[in-house]
Design a protein around this ligand. Structure first.
Ligand SMILES: C[S@@+](CC[C@H](N)C(=O)[O-])C[C@H]1O[C@@H](n2cnc3c(N)ncnc32)[C@H](O)[C@@H]1O
Length: 323
């Protein structure tokens, strides 16, 4: 019996609208979590089957329970999302790849289960690994990274004003063992007047450490390009991000693929032979509706982008670089 896995999937109608309408084939939910989006997709379309991928074994267990009613139409694989191409080679060779979903960030259970160490609200060892078999935990980042590297990490991930002060305080307080120790150090490093504004002062620092532990910003561009390049014509990629760094990666890849990686100066006719490989379907990022925001406050930072694969080979006329 699995521990109850409660995660309210975000922007489900928008995901279903984008992916359940694609040509027949296999859909990949690259971040299957508790299987909420996956179940909605399988229920909405009988012309698709679905492979769900997640690096967290607790998520795979929960998704297996949730998707059991769909029988063989749902398959689950514990893997990292940059391994989607290999998963397709093994489980769906020759089948049209109709769509892929990346619902980024963490699931509610990852946050809410104190012992996983993601939350500044509960005392726990500094862990934050989505995959418990990964070699590096939050304790390694906090206790081993140089002061400069920590300052850069905090600064680039939402804490630009006090990044240096916090990094200095963390290094001075080493070794740090638990979440609450880290939260206290961060709080103490921020001037009292600034502590009153916004949420808990440790929120963005914890997010930055989590992003580093799980290499979130390094894996996403590779994973997204590998998956998008494999889509069948008419297949779609959907990305839901919760952080501006992630959203920028999706926006940039879709824009570059839609311009065929054109290298000509902006405003001049294209003479470099670029051939678009995708069409962007979302003008700007879509956000949750007011009703969804009221029902699920955790959806507040969600931004959704969709792009559709065209016939042209990936990077046909562009740099020649392969995904
Ligand atoms: C926001 S949750 C997804 C929730 C899911 N859409 C649902 O309906 O329940 C994000 C999931 O992505 C997984 N994840 C994050 N980075 C990953 C990666 N690089 N490879 C595979 N899974 C990843 C996390 O373990 C987590 O379960």
């Amino acid at each position: 019996m699995t521990r109850e896995f409660r995660h309210d999937p975000v922007m489900v109608d928008e995901v279903v609208e984008a992916l359940a309408t694609t040509p027949q084939g296999v859909l990949v939910d690259a971040t299957v979590g508790g299987g909420g989006h996956a179940a909605a997709l399988l229920a909405a379309s009988t012309s698709h089957r679905l492979i769900g991928v997640d690096r967290d074994p607790a998520a795979i267990e929960a998704a297996a329970e949730r998707l059991a009613p769909f029988g063989a139409r749902a398959q689950l694989v514990r893997a990292r999302f940059d391994e989607v191409a290999a998963v397709l080679d093994e489980l769906a060779p020759g089948e049209p790849f109709a769509g892929v979903l990346f619902d980024l960030g963490v699931s509610s259970p990852q946050f809410d289960e104190a012992e996983r160490g993601f939350s500044y609200r509960f005392e726990a060892p500094l862990d934050m690994r989505m995959d418990p078999d990964d070699p590096h935990s939050a304790a390694d980042v906090v206790n081993r990274w140089s002061e400069e590297a920590l300052a850069e990490l905090f600064s680039e991930n939402g804490e630009p004003r006090f990044a240096r002060r916090i990094a200095r305080a963390v290094v001075a307080a080493r070794p740090l063992q638990t979440t609450l120790e880290l939260a206290d150090v961060v709080r103490g490093a921020i001037p009292p007047a600034a502590r009153q504004r916004g949420g808990h002062p440790a929120k963005r620092v914890f997010q930055a450490v989590r992003i580093a532990v799980n290499q979130e910003l390094e894996l996403l561009p590779v994973a997204l390009e590998r998956a998008a390049s494999r889509l069948a014509p008419g297949g779609r990629a959907v990305v839901i991000s919760y952080h501006s760094g992630e959203d920028r990666i999706a926006k940039r890849l879709f824009a570059e693929a839609a311009a065929g990686w054109c290298t000509c100066p902006p405003g001049l006719p294209c003479v470099c032979g670029a051939v678009p490989a995708m069409r962007v379907l979302t003008r700007g990022a879509r956000m949750p509706s007011a009703a969804e925001l009221a029902a699920n406050p955790r959806s507040a930072s969600a931004r959704l982008r969709v792009a559709e694969r065209l016939e042209a080979p990936w990077r046909a006329g562009g740099s020649g670089e392969e995904a």
